[in-house]
Design a protein around this ligand. Structure first.
Ligand code: IPE
Ligand code: IPE
Ligand code: MG
Length: 253
């Protein structure tokens, strides 16, 4: 039987806690506007939600948490909002890095950070270096990230490193250059804010991820909401192309 290369050969145990949760934190602007507040107030409240979600993930033994904070398309927003978001990002980095480290969290950023203010870049490097050997939870922020950018930069790196690249290279050869090569592919994807799209998030890595959408706006997403998403995940049957009967056979073995 032909067995193509697959980066998802393992079947996680039914009912298990997802090892890797990836979230599109959406709905900050609407949360603020519904309260007659400026959009940035929603983003500020969204940072509070991040704290709660990190804590809840640690308590549940989630190993990887990845949050989409700023997409490669978000530069299209009004300059005021972009500037405020950058200030908020810098402030959060300044305040939180030491706390993340105290809690044994490894901090990572994926995305094209060369476009950010040098101060932000400096804090990112500082945070990544300081927390590099922590093992409790790997917390990744996707900033100026795009799934297409990721695949393109991986391709460029691979081509630059091997001049006589064979044309029939395997998925794994490329995958090692993707910016999240240090993490398993997400088990559970959550999008808050009621939109049903992926908005150029982890395109490659979401191939077999279980998708969960909620109307709850990100600032309102709490531990209970996270629990609902995990419970939904635990009821899914992850087949990775197999039949349900095959899975039953694998489980009884
Ligand atoms: C998500 O919230 C945060 C970012 C994209 C930075 P939004 O700002 O997209 O909130 P809505 O979708 O306008 O409500
Ligand atoms: C996706 O949210 C990006 C982030 C949460 C950082 P958007 O609000 O930018 O997505 P679209 O524009 O509605 O697809
Ligand atoms: Mg949005």
């Amino acid at each position: 039987m032909p067995q193509g290369p697959s980066s998802t050969p393992e079947i996680p145990e039914t009912g298990s806690v997802p090892k890797h949760i990836a979230i599109i934190m959406d709905g900050n602007g609407r949360w603020a506007q519904s309260r007659y507040m400026p959009r940035i107030a929603g983003h500020k409240q969204g940072v509070e939600t991040v704290r709660g979600v990190i804590k809840a993930c640690m308590e549940r033994g989630v190993a990887f948490l990845t949050l989409f904070a700023f997409s490669s398309e978000n530069w299209r927003r009004p300059t005021d909002e972009v500037t405020s978001l950058m200030q908020l990002f810098l402030g959060a980095l300044e305040q939180e890095i030491a706390k993340l480290h105290e809690n044994g969290i490894r901090f990572k950023v994926i995305g094209d950070i060369s476009k950010f203010d040098p101060k932000i870049v400096e804090f990112i490097h500082l945070g990544e270096q300081l927390t590099a050997n922590n093992t409790r939870l790997t917390f990744t922020i996707a900033a100026n990230y795009g799934g297409r950018w990721d695949i393109m930069q991986a391709m460029r790196k691979m081509m630059a490193q091997s001049k006589d690249l064979p044309l029939n290279f395997e998925e794994e050869s490329l995958a090692q250059y993707l910016s999240m090569s240090y993490a398993p592919e997400p088990d559970l994807f959550i999008r808050t804010g009621g939109e049903y799209r992926v908005s150029n998030f982890l395109l490659w890595q979401l191939a077999y991820t279980e998708l969960y959408f909620t109307n709850t706006l990100w600032p309102d997403f709490d531990e209970h909401e996270l629990e609902l998403a995990i419970q939904s995940y635990q009821q899914r049957e992850r087949r990775f192309g197999r039949t349900s009967e095959q899975l039953q056979m694998l489980l009884v073995r």
